[in-house]
Design a protein around this ligand. Structure first.
Ligand code: AKG
Ligand code: FE2
Length: 299
């Protein structure tokens, strides 16, 4: 399939249920991402428990299993999960607010609402584009994340709503978020729809994802186990990935894990390079990103 976007929004090798049907494309290959298939590939699977912050052998998440897990747990550094970050009422209000502004089709059956600078990670180009800040109803979570110790000095420079609809077979392919513009802490505010981040060890080189720009101490690759770790992303929770989990593991959202409409808000911060007071583009974007605009007038 050519690089031209299809009517559904998919491009290149990415597909959704709609274009797979219309253009007779091969269905998304997430069948090698089952506990059984991974085991055959020599990759045991683990499920991360948000209550004890350990990963236990398994695939599905049952909160009632804690604290009586079975098997041998392993540590999985770089994950922070705060369940019930939003009340039911706040979640419904935020969902209504996000649904009152336009959604844009994206690849792999997703839709998005992007508020951030224009980025070209391959050409390493950063531009303001039409970025004018974030909608005023986002103030609630921008203020609230400041009370999370891990996020106290977090300056959001991109806010992106993502919608995964099972009717479109929405998913996100395994990847690492860019490391040139986007800083260490990747924040996900899960509004509606339980799902999982499925993580596998990254075996590629540092050419990809601008991994060469990473300047923090990380474990040696040979000390990273070749396993699959499933991170629950319950509705109304906050999930942060940082450190080793952010840089040494691929993450994806499997089509099979989207059982109902899921909406989350992804936040990103700058890398140190753009936070430098002498970086004028960085400073301009930081200032604009802290602006709340009124959606009734400006969306
Ligand atoms: O939907 C999610 O939770 C993950 C999204 C993601 O990985 C991304 O936007 O880079
Ligand atoms: Fe990502």
């Amino acid at each position: 399939m050519s690089g031209k976007p299809r009517p559904c929004g998919c491009k290149g090798y990415r597909s959704c249920l709609l274009c797979e049907r219309e253009f007779n494309l091969l269905p998304f290959k997430d069948d090698n991402f089952t506990a059984e298939s991974l085991k055959e590939q020599g990759i045991p699977s683990y499920i991360y428990c948000p209550s004890c912050n350990l990963a236990w052998p398994g695939w599905d998440y049952d909160p009632a299993e804690h604290p009586n897990h079975s098997g041998e747990a392993i540590a999985f550094p770089g994950i922070y999960i705060q369940p019930e970050f939003f009340t039911e009422k706040e979640m419904i209000e935020l969902m209504n607010s996000f649904d009152s502004i336009p959604w844009e089709s994206s690849v792999s059956g997703r839709r998005k609402q992007n508020f951030g600078p224009k980025t070209n990670f391959k050409k390493r180009k950063l531009q303001l584009g039409s970025f004018k800040g974030v909608p005023s109803f986002s103030r609630l979570f921008h203020e609230r994340i400041q009370s999370v110790p891990l996020l106290r000095d977090y300056h959001t420079i991109e806010q992106c709503s993502l919608e995964y609809d099972p009717v479109r077979g929405a998913s996100i392919e395994p990847h690492i978020d860019d490391c040139w513009v986007w800083g260490e802490r990747i924040v996900t505010l899960n509004l509606a729809g339980d799902s999982f981040l499925t993580m596998t060890k990254y075996h590629g080189g540092s050419e990809k994802y601008n991994l060469k720009d990473v300047d923090i101490e990380l474990p040696k690759t040979e000390d990273i186990p070749d396993i699959c770790v499933r991170i629950p992303q319950p509705a109304r929770s906050l999930v942060v990935i940082y450190g080793s989990a952010r840089y040494q593991w691929l993450h994806c959202v499997l089509r099979r894990d989207i059982k109902e409409r899921r909406v989350c808000i992804a936040l990103r911060e700058f890398t140190k390079q753009f936070l430098d007071p002498n970086d004028s583009m960085g400073q301009t974007i930081l200032k604009i990103a802290s602006n709340y605009f009124d959606c009734e007038k400006q969306c």
